[in-house]
Design a binder for this molecule. Structure first.
Ligand code: NAD
Length: 246
């Protein structure tokens, strides 16, 4: 029998308890770095050494990190549900926790691609491994850069398949994202019509009306939500407390 589908949309907050800083928090990455310097095509053109140094620090941080209780709870959900992870995170902590279906909207830091990937005549070279200074594309001799999506670049998302998926989905869970970045944030609208929709975050976006809010850290709240979904299953009664935020 097919398992009911649960779609989980995650952001940097899911990995925060693993020691990977988010971007927008007061101790977050954007307070130490200018977005346009380290995460934009213009920044890469201006000073690729600084960009590679920034991502090298992120990469080391991710290698040293371990999945937390939030990642592990998501993996447990697979016992009963077909879990589709759509993540904005460029780390691999969901996979390392045992999640088998993970779509990285913003790329993966441990892969590299040719800087000429978006030219009129694009170079399609990419490979596993972190991009380091001096890495050259074997096809076109361009420089290799991290396979992550920068501001101003297109995300790897097929909206039509998402609409189709929405109609087959039992539950949607948003976790650890300020949902500020488009088009990823529009997932909240696409799945907003579901009855079973949850959001886990100490500071959830203010526009969530009729969502069940699990206000707190992913490592504390996700295990509780997952236990409930595993125990009560698809016949889950309406949540006792629905919060409205204006
Ligand atoms: P964001 O920094 O804009 O928002 C982080 C969200 O996480 C906030 O809503 C915050 O309240 C919440 N949060 C903080 N601690 C939490 C915790 N312990 N548990 C649950 N939630 C917590 O991040 P974003 O919305 O993901 O968007 C920014 C972009 O930054 C993403 O596109 C992503 O690609 C990138 N990013 C990725 C990583 C990573 O791969 N781990 C880390 C930093 C940034």
């Amino acid at each position: 029998m097919n398992k009911p589908i649960v779609v989980i949309f995650s952001g940097a907050g899911l990995s925060a308890e693993s020691g990977i800083p988010t971007f927008r928090a007061s101790d977050g990455l954007w307070h130490e770095h200018k977005i346009e310097d380290v995460a934009s095509p213009a920044g890469w053109k201006k000073d690729s050494d600084t960009v590679l140094k920034f991502y090298e620090e992120r990469y080391k941080n991710i290698q040293d990190a371990e999945p937390n209780e939030g990642h592990r709870a998501i993996a447990r959900l697979q016992d009963k549900y077909e879990v589709i992870n759509i993540t904005q995170n460029i780390d691999n902590l969901l996979e390392r926790a045992g999640c088998t279906n993970v779509k990285h909207l913003h790329g993966v830091i441990s892969r590299k691609k040719c800087e000429n990937y978006d030219r009129v005549e694009p170079c399609d070279y990419y490979s596993e491994g972190f991009a380091v200074k001096g890495d050259e594309c074997p096809k076109c001799k361009g420089r290799l850069r991290p396979d992550v999506v920068w501001f101003g670049e297109a995300v790897d998302m097929d909206f039509f398949s998402l609409m189709e998926l929405q109609g087959k989905t039992f539950a949607f869970i948003g976790v650890g994202t300020s949902a500020n970045v488009q088009p990823a944030a529009s997932l909240l609208n696409i799945f907003g019509g579901l009855k079973e929709k949850h959001f886990v975050d100490p500071n959830p976006p203010g526009r969530l009306i009729n969502w069940t809010l699990w206000q707190g850290k992913a490592g504390e709240q996700l295990p509780k939500l997952v236990s409930r979904l595993l125990e009560e299953g698809t016949a889950m009664p309406p949540p006792k407390k629905k919060m409205k935020l204006d």
